[in-house]
Design a protein around this ligand. Structure first.
Ligand code: FAD
Length: 483
């Protein structure tokens, strides 16, 4: 039977001898230890979690990461890997021991245009990777709201999604090789840039989405794609969600892989964004119940793409599937349409308290999920306001529920557990996922325990024990039962 995992609590403060060894291993300028220096590393950026640690290691090479981890392995010191600290599940917040920040491991080691790969260190900021790819006339397609500060090690460790999943997949689909420091301090060099490699277990995928519980990703070989030479963005409006879904099927059939994003949002999202976010405007003169944001992109300088999109939308208008549509005619207009979508979370925050669910169901169950989940929410709080939006093409819905007008945030949030439990029960009953994009971290351990099968949980625990028998890697996250 597996023994209980280290939960990172109750670890003693590090003594001066160990601290001296850690400083030496982390290298010059490679550590922080005053409370002021440590503060940003123990605080989740939105302030939802505050942790504790005695030492922040900031090594600048894989060898230095390995040297620090070896000491922690010998001494049983918990390690919390941290990249940009933008994760939303509290996974990067330490429960004691040390934080191992990857920020100084930030070199692009190689861009191989012929192999269509780039080799980057884990602390490279996502936007810098996109820019380095663009400099080589290539595309690294992972794109999400936090791209200016999140780092690729964190993106891989959370298997981040974002707006281009429909065409290019999640972070998991974009990686060909990894370099990992294992919990005993050994370095696994799996930096292979191969599209074909059937030589046993696909070890790299164990570390993708593991949220730092199995080892520390120090570098990765990423896939590159042709940089799009043409791009078209449109907003369509419809009277009901079924019509938005019909439009999605048609556009997908028509454009295949050229369809890069298909996002949906309700009228209330447009209302709150235009109310709270500067430089945003209603896309149409009159309001409609539902909207879809569509993006097509092609590696060819394809002047016919716009015509083809206008034709497809024109046909949908003619047969009444949609009620209005606009194709952006300038970069400013394109940015304006995307701004409406991307600032929904910020606008929600300004609108008041929200009860949020980052869930996925098969695309064929989206309508059923949204109908039944709305009924559940309204049966508990009749005046609840639905702001369900997201990546419709992936079946990934941010099923967010805004505070009723006139109700206090406190009274509203008192319903949180009741609503969320019933919504997540529904998601799981429809074959869906209770955490589509953001992982488990600290926040979703209870749900993992509740919704994963015993077999799945046992396999996860076995893997954890095999790779990290002392339980020093990011204790209290993902596989640990809730505190
Ligand atoms: P961190 O927050 O530092 O770490 C995340 C987890 O990974 C932690 O458990 C940490 O211990 C572990 N970890 C970090 N680095 C390593 C490493 N090198 N080796 C092993 N473990 C490591 N997510 C989406 O999927 N799609 C979105 O569209 C999206 N939009 C977002 C928008 C905003 C504004 C914000 C704030 C977040 C968004 N996210 C989204 C959340 C997303 O998961 C994170 O932004 C990002 O992927 C995490 O990267 P990070 O560098 O900040 O990692």
């Amino acid at each position: 039977m597996n023994r209980p995992l280290n939960d990172g609590k109750g670890t003693m403060a590090l003594n001066e001898t160990i601290l001296a060894r850690l400083r030496k291993a982390a290298g010059p300028n490679g550590w922080l230890e005053t409370p002021q220096e440590i503060e940003p590393y123990i605080l989740e950026q939105r302030g939802y979690y505050r942790g504790a640690c005695d030492f922040v290691a900031r090594p600048a090479s894989t060898e230095a990461v390995a040297a620090v981890v070896s000491i922690c392995a010998q001494e049983g010191i918990p390690i919390t890997p941290q990249s940009g600290n933008t994760g939303l599940m509290g996974g990067g917040v330490p429960n004691g021991g040390i934080v191992l920040s990857l920020s100084r491991l930030n070199r692009v080691r190689e861009v191989d245009r012929l192999n269509y790969t780039m080799t980057v260190e884990a602390g490279c900021i996502l936007a810098d990777i996109q820019a380095a790819a663009k400099d080589a006339d290539c595309l690294f397609p992972l794109s999400l709201g936090a791209e200016g500060s999140c780092q690729i090690g964190g993106n891989l460790s959370t298997n981040a999604g974002g707006v281009n999943v429909l065409r290019y997949g999640n972070a998991r689909d974009l990686v060909l090789g990894l370099e990992v420091v294992l919990p005993d301090g050994r370095i696994w060099n799996g930096l292979r840039g191969l599209r074909k490699d059937n030589t046993g277990y696909d070890l790299k995928q164990l570390f993708v989405g593991a949220e730092g519980t199995l080892g520390i990703i120090t570098a990765a070989v990423l896939k590159l794609f042709p940089y799009p030479k043409s791009k078209e963005t449109a907003m369509a409006a419809a009277g009901n969600l079924q019509d938005i879904l019909t439009l999605f099927m048609r556009i997908r059939n028509c454009f295949g892989e050229t369809l890069t994003a298909f996002e949906f949002m309700p009228r209330l999202a447009i209302d709150i964004v235009t109310r709270h976010i500067p430089d945003t405007a209603d896309p149409f003169d009159e309001p409609y119940p539902h909207y879809a944001l569509i993006e097509l992109s092609s590696a060819r300088a394809d002047e016919t793409l716009r015509d083809a999109l206008e034709t497809a939308l024109g046909a949908a208008l003619e047969d009444g599937t949609i009620l209005n549509a606009v194709v952006a005619s300038s970069e400013a207009q394109t940015n304006g349409l995307w701004r409406l979508r991307e600032t929904i979370p910020e606008a929600e925050k300004k609108e008041g308290a929200s009860i949020k669910h980052d869930v996925a169901v098969p695309v064929s169950k989206v309508i059923e999920f949204l109908d039944r989940a709305a009924t559940i929410a309204r049966s508990i709080e009749p005046d609840i306001r639905l702001v369900s939006f997201g990546h419709l093409g992936d079946g990934n819905i941010h099923f967010n529920l805004s505070q009723p007008l006139g109700m206090s945030a406190e009274d509203y949030l008192a319903h949180r557990h009741e609503i969320s439990r019933q919504v997540l029960d529904l998601v799981v009953s429809l074959g869906g996922s209770f955490s589509a994009e953001h992982g488990i971290g600290r926040q979703k351990r209870k749900e993992l325990n509740l919704y994963k099968s015993e077999v799945e949980k046992d396999l996860m625990q076995s893997l954890k024990h095999t790779l990290d028998p002392a339980g020093i890697m990011n204790p209290g996250k993902v596989v640990n039962a809730e505190e």
